[in-house]
Design a protein. Structure first.
Length: 244
């Protein structure tokens, strides 16, 4: 599952890459602060591009919740939903069947721009975190779905069966986030897609040759260490880890 991301670009870099504008100017300073390590289970605020208004960047809470909930109920909902993954990820294969996902898959799709994301590799029973970035240093475009709850937006990152690269790295879960290229981003945000067209996008795999990846500090997984620091994106060599 994709539960760890990074958003370190300035808002204007997102605006330029996606030809969008921040929806709430008062939040620009907040989102200009780099977030080197965002943990999904903290239900952090991130920027997304929503299908309903694909010309903007809007703040949203990581962790999709049903639209019949109230904002005041979200804290308790997330606590209960933690046993089911907290709404952090949504399996692409269930997009048209799951009671929550099917409400959003036609009209509330979104793009989550991230500077990087992290996945664990299992080696002899120990977990080693790897970071994934775009080779061109642009943001990676993760596909997601969202809901509107009063004045809040909640979202989940869609995941799919692992490609050969991710099967090697994320070798326990064999999953990966759904990453879209520039053309697919435009398609994903269209209003007139039918089920077949959406399924085609859900089954696409990003070109692995456009990604760079390497191991990072195990501090990423430690609740006792502040891992929201720039060094968490630095390469770490583990002698015991074979080349992947």
């Amino acid at each position: 599952m994709c539960a760890h991301t990074s958003q370190i670009q300035k808002v204007e870099q997102f605006e330029e890459q996606y030809n969008v504008k921040l929806s709430d100017e008062s939040s620009r300073e907040l989102f200009n602060q780099p977030s080197y390590h965002i943990i999904g289970f903290t239900h952090a605020q991130m920027l997304i591009i929503p299908q309903e208004k694909p010309s903007v960047l809007a703040a949203a809470t990581w962790g999709i919740a049903p639209e019949n909930k109230k904002v005041g109920e979200l804290k308790d909902y997330y606590k209960e939903a933690a046993k089911f993954g907290g709404g952090i990820n949504a399996r692409a294969e269930k997009a048209f069947d799951h009671f929550l996902y099917k409400q959003s898959i036609y009209t509330k799709r979104c793009i989550i721009p991230v500077s990087a994301f992290f996945e664990p590799h299992d080696h002899e029973g120990s977990k080693y975190p790897f970071v994934f970035k775009s080779k061109d240093n642009n943001s990676l475009s993760l596909a997601g779905i969202y809901t509107r709850i009063e004045n809040k937006v909640t979202f989940a990152i869609l995941t799919q069966e692992a490609s050969p690269l991710f099967a090697r790295i994320h070798n326990k879960k064999n999953r990966q986030p759904l990453i879209l290229d520039e053309e697919q981003v435009s398609e994903w945000l269209k209003d007139d897609l039918n089920e077949s067209q959406i399924k085609t996008l859900l089954q696409t795999h990003f070109d692995e040759n456009q990604l760079k990846y390497y191991p990072v500090s195990s501090d990423l997984f430690s609740p006792k260490v502040n891992s929201n620091v720039d060094g968490i994106l630095d390469r770490v060599e583990y002698e015991e880890l074979p080349e992947l």
